[in-house]
Design a protein around this ligand. Structure first.
Ligand SMILES: [Zn+2]
Ligand SMILES: [Zn+2]
Length: 737
């Protein structure tokens, strides 16, 4: 009789994998055992049909599981009489991090059934759904190491947990109204209100009030998305002027009355993760115009916890559901912290006593030509682990950039990229950054021998590296964007890289951001870039695109000509202001030069009259996008000399269009595609790799996929295309050098 030993790595913990193995073992008459270990899931299997059993493991995987590797060896020895699930082993080495999953259809059916003991139970879950990473203290994933460890199972739950035929067999957070977490409703002074907590929440929402609700990875701020006054109040209280707010809908039917979605978008919206998906908003709906001012795209999602669902099904309007935080700081995870910093924002808090161990925002994605563009690595996707082709002998920690901070660790045969931390530079964000590092090092039980960071000397992440005893090394920001894409696809060849984003620090201290590189895993050559233009007033120019646009006009016209131009940019200034800025430009006073593509988007948004002063990062590009027509594909003129892209011809053509928004937006996007095509034409045999925040632009990504998507064109799908994966690029470099 053959006996096999199997070691399986991948997404195999917290996804119902052991119960699945158990069921397959019974079905194939296999004896032996299965257990979680730090090296993955280990199975000993003995029986006539071992081969069929191994095949079934590969082909019948549970919905959320993924096998990265399966080592099989033939064994002699022990004879087993039955098949069992053994206790997990805690120790050194590889770790599998289980990911949070949205409420599944089977649990939905149970919570809707008045005869079920979990009828309307806000914490129902099973082996296919529920909290995982967000409640985990330390892997491996077992109840004793989660924040469910203080809740003893009642007899009924315990019998389901140990019954191999139950869908809750080994569902670690299993509970019921008798033994599980409890809801409570607090007013904004922190007093618990008597009566049904969900009823309080519903009443307040219907009255046009703002509440906080405890989700999986943190609190949401919620209010009636159709109530213009309330949404305006939320914006005022949160000091969030115009940045779009995500909207949660009670059902797919309701969602589709507000937005237009295609099949692929629908699959993500209704799938097992239920991230925020950015889609096309329909015009003329009852949504408050303050949800996403001046843009035609809207972040939408469906209830993904039983608690969200209980709330939404008793309300007939969509809800604003935005992370509870202060501007771009980390999401808040406790009612105490919420009362401390947001008691002026919320009128009530729907809270419960299952602690959130690891804070995590909702993931945000969009779909371009049926491919995912990851905008924020969050719930359900984070932390993201990749297998490494070859084991590394020493651990490496990469610290990422500054905005959209995330960290990455390389250890043994794994790379892990953390979820979205937020923008560094505040006490809260830097504290959460430290805590994320502490958690990942503790989970992987390692001390990094090398820290990798950005070249910018003032980033909190760079300073962190300089204050540690370990060796540290800086990787150029835009090269790291290219490397991040190479890491996701496991590329090791020479590539033609396009890194288009905001301003990032270059080796020579200048500000890059519209870069074309021939890159390998060991270095890069900058073969092209936008001709640098002046950011008049430095930081002020980043907030006021009109200053950048003006410097582009100075490159193409004399001062007197500029003052007489018929242009929204010129109209946004008084003549004496233009003279002062011209003096700054001419004398090079507080006018740092940058080749940033992100800043060029802003400048074009000013020249086209879309916006002159930004209320949030990326607003220029998003407003421009709203006017892009697919039928207009003619690019503006530009010149390339020695790889330097001269924009003067484009500026003249834009001025000639006299503020025709549709023409300007559509032709500008076509121009960016044409710039890429220019270099692709020169290096036709190199695979194309793109990265950087500019590629969050939906219109641009759609056109790129149409133009290059059938060839060797690589754009990240699993990891953020913006600064959220700089750490991954830094890590990939260090591993190979
Ligand atoms: Zn379920
Ligand atoms: Zn129970």
């Amino acid at each position: 009789m053959k006996q096999y030993s199997l070691t399986i790595q991948g997404l195999v913990q917290g996804v119902g994998f052991r119960p699945f193995v158990y069921r397959e073992a019974l079905a194939h008459g296999i004896r032996g055992w299965v257990k979680n270990t730090p090296q993955g899931v280990i199975i000993k299997a003995q029986g006539e049909h071992s081969e069929a059993f191994v095949n079934a493991l590969r082909t019948h995987l549970p919905p959320n599981a993924r096998i990265d590797s399966m080592e099989i060896s033939l064994l002699e020895g022990e004879v087993y009489t039955d098949f069992t699930i053994r206790e997990s082993v805690v120790g050194e080495g590889g770790v599998t991090i289980p990911l949070d999953r949205a409420l599944c259809p089977a649990c939905e059916a149970e919570m809707d059934d008045p005869h079920n003991r979990r009828y309307a139970y806000p914490f129902i879950n099973c082996t296919d759904c529920g909290p995982r990473y967000t409640i985990l203290h330390t892997p491996p994933y077992d109840r004793v190491r989660t924040s469910m460890n203080t809740f003893g199972m009642c007899l009924a739950c315990a019998s389901e947990y140990t019954d191999p035929t139950s869908r809750c067999y080994h569902a670690q957070p299993i509970s019921c109204p008798q033994c599980g977490p409890q809801l409570r409703f607090l007013n904004h002074q922190g007093n618990v209100l008597s009566g049904d907590p969900i009823d309080h929440a519903i009443t307040m929402l219907k009255e046009g009030k703002i509440i906080a609700l405890k989700g999986l990875g943190g609190f949401h701020l919620m209010c009636d998305a159709t109530n213009d006054e309330t949404v305006g109040e939320l914006r005022r209280r949160k000091h969030r002027k115009a940045k779009p707010l995500a909207v949660m809908f009670g059902s797919l039917e309701q969602l589709e009355t507000y937005v237009s979605i295609n099949e692929v978008e629908r699959n993500h919206i209704t799938g097992s993760i239920k991230p925020i998906v950015i889609v096309d908003a329909k015009a003329g709906t009852s949504l408050s115009p303050q949800i996403a001012p001046h843009i035609q795209r809207l972040g939408v999602f469906l209830p993904y916890t039983p608690l969200h669902r209980l709330l939404c099904e008793q309300i007939d309007f969509p809800l604003v559901a935005t992370s509870a935080n202060i501007s771009d700081e980390p999401i808040i995870v406790s009612s105490d912290a919420l009362l401390h910093s947001l008691s002026h924002v919320v009128e009530g808090i729907l809270d419960h006593n299952r602690p959130i161990v690891n804070a995590l925002d909702d993931a945000v994605i969009q779909i371009a030509e049926d491919r995912v563009v990851m905008l924020r690595l969050g719930r359900g996707f984070a932390p993201h682990t990749f297998p490494l082709a070859r084991s590394i002998t020493q651990s490496i920690l990469a610290l990422g950039a500054h905005q959209k901070s995330a960290i990455a660790l390389g250890d043994h045969t794994t790379m892990v990229l953390s979820g979205h931390i937020g923008d560094l530079g505040s006490i809260e964000a830097d504290g959460y950054f430290d805590q994320t590092i502490e958690t990942v090092l503790r989970w992987y039980q390692c001390t990094p021998c090398l820290l990798v960071h950005d070249l910018h000397p003032l980033y909190s992440s760079t300073r962190y590296a300089h204050h540690q005893p370990s060796d540290h090394y800086g990787v150029q920001h835009h090269y790291a964007h290219i490397l991040a894409c190479m890491a996701e696809y496991g590329l090791d060849e020479t590539v033609l890289g396009f890194a288009f984003d905001g301003t990032g620090y270059a080796a020579d201290g200048t500000l890059w951001g519209g870069e074309v590189m021939i890159a390998t895993l060991h270095g890069y050559e900058r073969i092209g870039h936008l001709k640098p233009f002046a950011l008049l007033g430095g930081e002020n120019a980043i907030k006021e695109p009109r200053r950048i646009a003006l410097s582009l006009l100075f490159e193409s016209y004399t001062l007197d000509e500029v003052i007489r131009l018929k242009s929204p940019t010129v109209e946004a200034f008084l003549p004496h202001e233009i003279r002062t800025l011209h003096h700054m430009w001419f004398k090079n006073i507080n006018a740092p030069r940058s080749s940033s593509m992100g800043r060029l988007f802003d400048a074009v948004a000013s020249l086209g009259g879309f916006i002159q002063t930004l209320e949030y990062e990326g607003q220029g590009g998003m407003m421009l996008e709203a006017f892009v027509k697919d039928s207009i594909t003619e690019p503006f003129a530009f010149e390339v000399n020695d790889g330097i892209i001269n924009l003067s011809p484009m500026v003249l053509e834009i001025i000639a269009l006299e503020g025709d928004k549709t023409q300007i937006a559509s032709r500008f996007i076509a121009t960016v595609v044409a710039m890429i095509a220019h270099f692709v034409h020169r290096y036709p045999h190199l695979p194309i790799v793109i990265g950087g925040g500019v590629f969050q632009n939906h219109a641009l990504m759609r056109r790129l996929y149409r133009r290059f998507g059938e060839g060797a064109f690589y754009a990240q799908q699993q990891t953020p295309i913006n600064d959220g994966s700089i750490a991954l690029g830094q890590l990939y470099y260090a591993i190979h050098n």
